[in-house]
Design a protein around this ligand. Structure first.
Ligand code: FAD
Ligand code: UDP
Length: 368
């Protein structure tokens, strides 16, 4: 018995944007999620009056005006600008790599001096055409920064040598020859006032929602409920791993309430040495300039992924990209399934990419 136009698997950002736009087009949606809450990885939990980003720090940034206006139509965004600092064996460096970082490391004052220093280190390393993350990093910022701020962090984050990782991962980070600590180059940036849940709640207002429901545990019955499926889970799982498993990287979050009003003076502090097992500590109140008496911090531990764990990051090396292309080819032949989001597209998307893609999928489906 078909009751719905769309069964949406996953109440994250992709599924929620789709559900909101589908409702506007007069369609009826059932949204399911295996977790016990909506929002996917942008979900926040209010603890001690602080919006705690339960699945890691989420800072919204985009250069796409339409996407920015779209998210702002659900709630206002504050003026938060992400400026993480790196702690390497007790030494503090500004991120992303900019004149403050170069000055602290080498004592250089001018952009020219910094560029000379990097050029000298790149020459010594003999890199002409970077083929992997290590070579890309050294050619961008030199060996000193690579050794102190990149190698250890990257190898614990990904559980692989930096020589086995794709170069694009490090290109996410700006390198600047100005004294500007803004982590992003995007035109628009901020945190939704009151946290991310408000946005998702509004997006899912008109949909029926079933939580604690895993698509694969009841697939046959769920598939009969709707004309079409929007699938935002793992694409290899959708096809029962028939070509083999895609690899992911998982995380473990350790949340702690502390009896102090300011633990680290910044929302994000990265721990870049290999010996410390977590990559960063997030102090959530600083995303919203909170003045609560207590604070909540989260240590983020990278973890090997195995079936049943949360697949936080796709690992986009050649092996996995080739495998994904096989699944994508199957996906493209489906007439009744729309795939989207970080897991189904197996891409290292930020939130703005996901919203853009969901709006494109909506356009294809409903026109205009
Ligand atoms: P998800 O949020 O993963 O939602 C998918 C949903 O599908 C989940 O709720 C899952 O439970 C559900 N699901 C999966 N399989 C099934 C199934 N079989 N049955 C039922 N439900 C299922 N982006 C930024 O722009 N800025 C940031 O600062 C930022 N920081 C990040 C930090 C971390 C640690 C991580 C992991 C990501 C970060 N991102 C950031 C990326 C951002 O989280 C994603 O781009 C976005 O949330 C992806 O939305 P989605 O809907 O594709 O996936
Ligand atoms: N990175 C690093 N040192 C840092 C921060 C980031 O080497 O202090 C590298 C690391 O390889 C990481 C990548 O840059 O995976 C991208 O960092 P980003 O902060 O964008 O990662 P995310 O927030 O997506 O985990």
């Amino acid at each position: 018995m078909i009751k719905y136009d769309y069964l949406i698997v996953g109440a994250g950002l992709f599924g929620s944007v789709f559900a909101y736009e589908a409702a506007k087009a007069g369609k009826k949606c059932l949204v399911i999620d295996k977790r016990n809450h909506i929002g996917g990885n942008i979900y926040c939990e209010n603890i001690e009056g602080i919006n705690v980003h339960k699945y890691g720090a989420h800072i919204f940034h985009t250069s796409n005006k339409k996407v920015w206006e779209y998210v702002n139509s659900f709630t206002e965004f504050n003026r938060y600008t992400n400026s993480p600092v790196a702690n390497y064996k007790g030494e503090i460096y500004n991120l992303p790599f900019n004149m403050n970082t170069f000055n602290k490391l080498w004592g250089v004052i001018t952009p020219e001096e910094a560029k000379d220093k990097i050029e000298q280190q790149r020459k010594e390393a003999g890199i002409t055409k970077p083929n992997n993350l290590e070579e890309q990093a050294i050619s961008l910022v030199g060996t000193d920064i690579y050794e102190k701020l990149i190698k250890g962090y990257t190898e614990k984050q990904w559980g692989r040598n930096a020589t086995e990782l794709p170069a694009f991962i490090i290109k996410r980070l700006p390198v600047r020859f100005t004294y500007d600590n803004n982590y992003f180059n995007d035109k628009y940036q901020g945190i939704p006032e009151g946290g991310y849940n408000i946005i998702i709640e509004k997006m899912l207002q008109a949909a029926d929602i079933k939580l604690n429901t895993d698509f694969f545990e009841n697939r046959e019955e769920l598939e009969t409920l709707a004309d079409k499926i929007v699938f935002t889970g793992m694409i290899d799982e959708f096809y029962n791993y028939r070509f083999g498993h895609l690899e992911y990287r998982s995380l473990r979050f350790e949340h702690e309430i502390l009896d102090t009003d300011n633990y680290q003076g910044n929302a994000v502090v990265n721990y870049t040495e290999r010996e410390i097992p977590f990559t960063r500590i997030i102090e959530h109140k600083h995303f919203e300039f909170g003045e609560q008496e207590k604070t909540v911090i989260t240590r983020e531990y990278p973890a090997e992924w195995k079936i049943g764990d949360e697949p936080y990051y796709p690992i986009n090396n050649d092996r996995n990209n080739e495998l994904f292309n096989k699944y994508r080819e199957l996906g493209e032949k489906e007439e009744k399934v729309i795939f989207g989001g970080r897991l189904a597209d197996y891409k290292y998307y930020d939130m703005h990419h996901v919203i853009y893609n969901a709006l494109e999928a909506v356009k294809k489906e409903f026109g205009n």
